[in-house]
Design a protein around this ligand. Structure first.
Ligand SMILES: [Ca+2]
Ligand SMILES: [Ca+2]
Length: 187
């Protein structure tokens, strides 16, 4: 994880939280009202390698970074693993305004698109901005980084996360379907 100037302490803490071994302590790193980052754990509740185990949302001056940790990510396309991170960036507008969609196996792609709500039928135009997704098969983590500009510079953001393998039986939402994390203000 890149170390941000002047944020060494916070970055270290977050790196630890994002690692698979440290997520047992599921904590908001600060109170939701002023948090720069939050971590939420999910149960070991599907038999597929995409099984979502934790989500960390970090909100800095420049970017929103969502790191998801899974049971066992594979390069093999047969895994069929992928996910959608819904981003709610405007409390006054019901539901999420953006969704970051990506496949977790080799050869797939990812995209940040506008949305009017949950579900692919609500997805709209791709966002013209800076964003990237990386998959670490050693740590079973997916890191989605979006510039704040790409998200229209939100004051705060919260996410709902849906992952799956190739079949409906492998769908796994963070906590409950369509439920969101607490709001994470820019830190
Ligand atoms: Ca899970
Ligand atoms: Ca909204």
């Amino acid at each position: 994880m890149r170390t941000l100037p002047g944020r060494t302490g916070r970055t270290t803490t977050l790196s630890a939280l994002a690692s698979a071994t440290a997520v047992a302590a599921v904590v908001a790193l600060a109170s939701p009202a002023d948090a720069a980052a939050i971590g939420v754990r999910d149960a070991d509740d599907t038999r597929h390698g995409s099984d979502l185990r934790s989500v960390v949302v970090r909100h800095t001056d420049r970017a929103v970074v969502v790191t998801t940790t899974h049971d066992d990510l594979r390069r093999d396309p047969a895994s069929g693993s992928g996910g959608a991170v819904y981003l709610d960036t405007d409390p006054a507008d019901r539901g999420p305004e953006f969704v970051f969609v990506g496949g977790y196996f080799v050869g797939t792609d990812y995209q940040l698109v506008r949305t009017e709500g949950f579900g692919p039928d609500q997805w709209g135009e791709p966002v013209d901005g800076s964003y990237e997704m990386t998959v670490d098969y050693a740590t079973d983590q997916v890191r989605m980084r979006m510039s704040r500009a790409a998200l229209s510079r939100p004051d705060e953001v919260r996410v709902a996360v849906r992952v799956s393998g190739p079949s409906e039986s492998t769908v796994d939402w963070l906590r409950q379907p369509r439920s969101s994390t607490p709001w994470v203000a820019r830190g």
